[in-house]
Design a protein around this ligand. Structure first.
Ligand code: UDX
Length: 447
């Protein structure tokens, strides 16, 4: 394939200010850079990536007017403002870029699905455009069913039907639906916002064909445009840290001293929040399990406190030497560590893929959005995890013992290891993600 063709193609990647979206976008940039393309990352000022970690990219900063993401704030309003604030700036910057460059340079835009303003910019400048989806493919059929379910009056989902199966979405139950605990008004806004999206010319999905084949087939029928499944991006990309928060790498030397597969790693991602009571249940559940643990409590994730002020000192004394609480972990390194035997996760898609890539069994406790669907698939369909039914200390102890224990735990671990091997195979020559990446490169060059 001619290198000149690739060098004349410039890829502008529009990243969003959410950790779980920024990471796969930077990983995609690294992968496409390794294929010979030049890459610009257009990003917001809020939660901007560290350019010193990515000398191979050019960076374009869009001033978004936001100081922070408040997960509890009005999410659709936040997205609308974000998109409105960035649209004209991106268009002006791209016009400048095109005028300054030699006439042979052709731009393709790849955008994060929540940065949908990119579609209008691409249309105005007549540029090809591809979307990156950083959620699971299995989530989308449930998302696409929202208008119908909303019209039936299902939101927020009532207690009487939470455990019932949703017709046409088996094995999802009503409680696995995205936004199941969200008000009807907000779900209506989400539907209206997503309905405005113009379909791009192709979709890149951070997933693997063997894992989500049936959902991908459904989505192919629905969208009728090429879908390239090139996951797991966390394994495909040679990418340094993409964390917004500083990673506490001291935990690795602590893990080095623990027995193989003895530690439960607890991290609930970049957005989940909890109250003081929930924090205490997690703490006492971990203490009572008698298992070693590494627990990430993100600063600001406990309502009304900066970090772990609400943790009782008796807890910290009781678990001294057996447990470590930290602000942010080098998660990929942690999951790859021999001492980690289980991952208590919120089931964000990046965390799920990172866990699958390392063959680590999961304990699933979703908080929002696609995490409910991911949790159901991890526990019931792929069977590499166990669902935590309620955030209560005795329930936590039982699940930790089942996951790290001998009988059921061994079987789950074996399935997780098998899945890790299959995930690796996707990336080898001839594997599905390897092939789809080459197909994507050809697609970009021919559009
Ligand atoms: C959000 C949504 O919640 C999720 O459902 C969607 O799929 C993507 O965006 P988030 O809460 O950020 O996800 O979770 P996740 O997708 O798992 O991404 C978190 C990232 O932060 C992972 O790549 C993980 O490795 C990283 N992380 C997390 C760390 O590096 N250190 C930590 O201590 C915790």
């Amino acid at each position: 394939m001619g290198d000149e063709r690739k060098q004349s193609k410039h890829l502008v990647l529009i990243a969003s200010p959410f950790q779980g979206h920024m990471t796969p976008m930077l990983q995609l940039g690294s992968v496409l850079h390794s294929k010979g393309f030049s890459i610009t990352i257009a990003h917001t000022k809020l939660n901007s990536p560290d350019p010193s970690n990515h000398p191979e990219f050019e960076f374009l900063e869009l001033f978004d007017n936001f100081l922070a993401i408040d997960a509890s704030a009005h999410f659709t309003k936040f997205l609308e403002l974000l998109n409105n604030n960035c649209k004209k700036q991106l268009q002006d910057l791209l016009i400048q870029k095109i005028q300054q460059s030699n006439k042979m340079m052709m731009i393709t835009i790849i955008y994060d699905n929540i940065m949908y303003f990119a579609e209008e910019v691409a249309r105005n400048l007549n540029l090809p455009i591809i979307v990156l989806r950083s959620c699971s493919a299995s989530y989308m059929p449930a998302f696409l069913a929202l208008p119908k379910l909303h019209a039936q009056g299902q939101f927020p989902v009532q207690d009487s039907i939470r455990d019932k199966f949703v017709p046409e979405l088996y094995p999802l139950r009503y409680k696995d639906l995205p936004f199941n605990n969200t008000s009807s008004e907000v779900v209506q806004e989400i539907i209206a916002l997503s309905g405005r999206n113009r379909i791009p010319s192709a979709i890149i999905w951070n997933t693997m064909d063997f894992l989500e084949n049936s959902s991908l087939t459904k989505l192919q029928k629905h969208y009728k445009i090429p879908i390239f499944s090139i996951g797991p991006l966390n394994e495909l990309a040679q990418c340094p840290s993409t964390s917004f928060l500083k990673e506490d790498t001291d935990c690795i030397s602590w893990l080095d001293k623990q027995a193989p597969r003895s530690v439960i790693y607890v991290s609930l991602g970049s957005l989940a929040t909890m109250d003081e009571k929930e924090l205490a249940e997690i703490a006492w559940g971990l203490a009572d399990s008698n298992q070693a643990f590494l627990w990430v409590v993100r600063p600001g994730s406990v309502k009304g406190s900066d970090w772990i002020e609400f943790l009782p000192s008796s807890f910290l004394e009781e678990v001294r030497g057996r447990g470590l609480v930290l602000k942010w972990a080098p998660q990929k390194q942690v999951l790859a560590h021999f001492a980690v035997g289980g991952f208590w996760s919120h089931c964000g898609w990046n965390s799920s893929l990172e866990s699958i890539s390392q063959g680590v069994p999961m304990m699933c406790w979703p908080f929002l959005g696609d995490q409910y669907v991911n949790s159901r698939y991890l526990s019931c369909v792929w069977q590499v995890g166990l669902e935590l039914e309620c955030l209560e200390r005795n329930a936590i102890v039982i699940i930790i013992r089942r996951l790290l224990g001998d009988d059921e735990g061994k079987e789950i671990r074996q399935r997780a290891i098998n899945m890790k091997e299959k995930a690796n195979c996707c990336l080898w020559k001839g594997g599905s993600s390897f092939n789809d990446l080459n197909n994507l490169v050809e697609f970009i060059l021919s559009n």
